[in-house]
Design a protein around this ligand. Sequence first.
Ligand code: PLP
Length: 381
Amino acid sequence: MVSADRVKLWNFSAGPAILPLEVFERAADAVHELRAEGHARGAKGVGMSILEISHRSKPYEAVTFGAEKLCHEVLGIPETHQVLFLQGGASLQFAMLAMNLREAGKPAAYVDTGVWSQKAIAESQGLGETITVGSSAATNYDRIPAFPEAASYAHASYLHITTNNTIFGTEYAEIPRAEGGVPLVIDFSSHAGSRPMALEHAAFGYAGAQKNLGPSGVTLVYIRKDLLAKKPAAHVPVILRYATHAKEPSLYNTPNTFGVLVLKLVLEWMRDAGGLPAIAAVNERKAGKLYAALDGSQVFRAHAQPGSRSRMNVTWTANGAPEGEREALSERFLKQAQAAGFDGLKGHRLVGGFRASIYNAFPEAGVDALCEFMAEFERRL
Ligand SMILES: Cc1ncc(COP(=O)(O)O)c(C=O)c1O
C-alpha cells in the first residue's frame, strides 16, 4: 500500500505527473476489489478487481457515468456538451478533431503558441487548407499573442488554440471567445481542472488526463452536441468519429477502464478539496512564489512574460548569468537539484534551462523547498 513516506522526491514532471496520495490509495483498493456505486467510499465490494471487470458491467457503468457527471459538476463542462473519455492521447485529437470538425471548402485556423500547437497544425495541414492566424514564434513563444482579429478566421471551419503551453510555460489568462459563430477549439491538456474556466466558450475541448486529471491513456474530450450531427468534409473512419463515441458514451469499444476510474477518483478529490475555486487559490499561491523567486534572482530568468505566465508549468533559464557561464551553471544547478531530491526540472531543449510543473497535486511545501534551494544555490555562487 502506498504510504506518505514513499515520497522521497519532489516530482516536477510535466506528465505523467504527481497525483494525490489519497487517489493512489483508493485506486490500489480498486485493484484489489472494485466497490459498488463507482467505487464509493464505504460501499460494498463487487467481488472483482477494476482490472478484470467487464466494461459492459453495471459496476463499470457506475464508474464511467459517475466520472462523466463529475466532469460537468467539478470541471464546469456545460450540459450543452457531451463528455467523452477516449484513448490515443491528446495527440490523436490533433488528427481526430481536424477530420471531424473541418467543413467542406473552409480552411482550419490555428494560433501557434509552440510545439503542441504546431503538432496540431501539422495534422490539419495533411487534411486540407490550414491558416495560422496568430503566433509568438518571433519571441520564442514567451507570450500568448494578441487574440486574432475576427476577420482573419471568420471563414474558417474552427479556430484552434492551445490554452496552456506545457513546454514554453505560457497560458491564456482567460478562455477567449471566438466571434461570428466560428467554433473555438481548445487543447487544455496541461491546465484542465487547475482553476474555474469559461469552458463554455469552446465548442470543442480536449485534454490528455496525465497531468491534472489522472493517468496516461485517457483523454478527456467535450463536444457541443450540435457538432455531433455535422457532416465532416471527407470520410472519417467509424472509430475516429465523435458521433460513434457519443452514441454509446465512451463505451463504443473497450475503454481504459482503470484510467477512467482513476480520473473519477481525482475529480472526487478535487470536489472534496473545495472544487476549482479552492484549487485555483492554492495554484495561484504556488506559482506566485516561484515567479517572485525568479523575478528577484540575479541569475535565473523566467521565460514567460508577465500576463502570459502559466500557473502549471514554470519555465526559466540561467540567462541572468554571463553568457559564457550559463551552460556550466545550468548543469551544476540540475545536478545539485537532483541530488537534493528535486526530480524532473530539466527544461525542454527548445527553451533550455529548467521547468517546474506544479500541477494541482504538487504540494506547496515542494515549491517552498525549491525556492529556498534556488536562493541558497545563488548565495553560494
Ligand atoms: C498541451 C499539450 N497538448 C498535447 C500533448 C500531447 O499529449 P499526449 O502525449 O497525450 O498525446 C501534450 C503532452 O504533454 C501537451 O502538453
